[in-house]
Design a protein around this ligand. Structure first.
Ligand SMILES: Cc1cc2nc3c(=O)[nH]c(=O)nc-3n(C[C@H](O)[C@H](O)[C@H](O)COP(=O)(O)O)c2cc1C
Length: 182
């Protein structure tokens, strides 16, 4: 059976490198995995007061989309050494109401990128901290830190073949990781 993989991207920017990486990963998915971009930019900020019989429609849509997934790949930049607020908000929305955590037991992986040398390490690991709490078993190795992402593109603006090769190996490991849990 084909497994559904959701991509969550921690940047809303039109020309986002994170989105480029997520699109590339989606194209490189091995046989048996099918990708879907899960949009998070329209989710109202998490507020328990909105957790009524009629929560915001975007929350309902998002929670249904997450619930249908077999695995999740997060692709994120780093904002001030941590996770961009839009992505943290999506994790919070998916984790509630209490007792209805839709992330529960879904295998995950984290990819971070930066135009700088530290490659989003801080965001990558702050994100992993939240994923522990929402009970997502997260691929330990290979870690994916894409430093100086602007230098990892070819002349047409695509991720270069070397990096694509590395991303393919990462996806093979993720596919194996999924099999441990399902
Ligand atoms: C508010 C803000 C904070 C940032 N903080 C960091 C940071 O702490 N570390 C880092 O390496 N880059 C930082 N950056 C740079 C971005 O992470 C970098 O440009 C990234 O590639 C943007 O990702 P995107 O193209 O997916 O939007 C920051 C950018 C913004 C807008």
């Amino acid at each position: 059976m084909v497994k559904k993989i959701g991509f969550l991207v921690g940047s809303l920017r039109k020309d986002s490198y994170s989105q480029l990486v997520a699109d590339t990963l989606n194209q490189l998915l091995p046989e048996g995995l099918e990708g879907e971009m899960i949009l998070i930019g329209d989710l109202p900020f998490y507020n328990e007061d909105l957790e009524t019989d009629t929560p915001p429609a975007a929350w309902v849509r998002f929670r249904q989309e997450i619930s249908r997934l077999d695995g999740v790949i997060f692709v994120t930049p780093e904002y001030n050494r941590s996770v961009p607020a839009v992505l943290k908000n999506a994790i919070d929305v998916g984790s509630r109401p209490y007792g209805f955590n839709c992330w529960d037991k879904k295998p995950a992986a984290v990819v971070s990128q930066s135009i700088g040398a530290i490659s989003g390490f801080g965001a990558n690991h702050h994100l992993r901290q939240s994923l522990v709490f929402v009970n997502m078993p997260t691929l330990p190795q290979p870690e994916v830190y894409l430093a100086s992402i602007q230098n990892l593109l070819d002349e047409t603006g695509k991720i270069n073949p070397n990096t694509q090769g590395f991303l393919s190996q990462f996806l093979q490991s993720f596919a194996t990781w999924l099999n441990y849990f399902q």
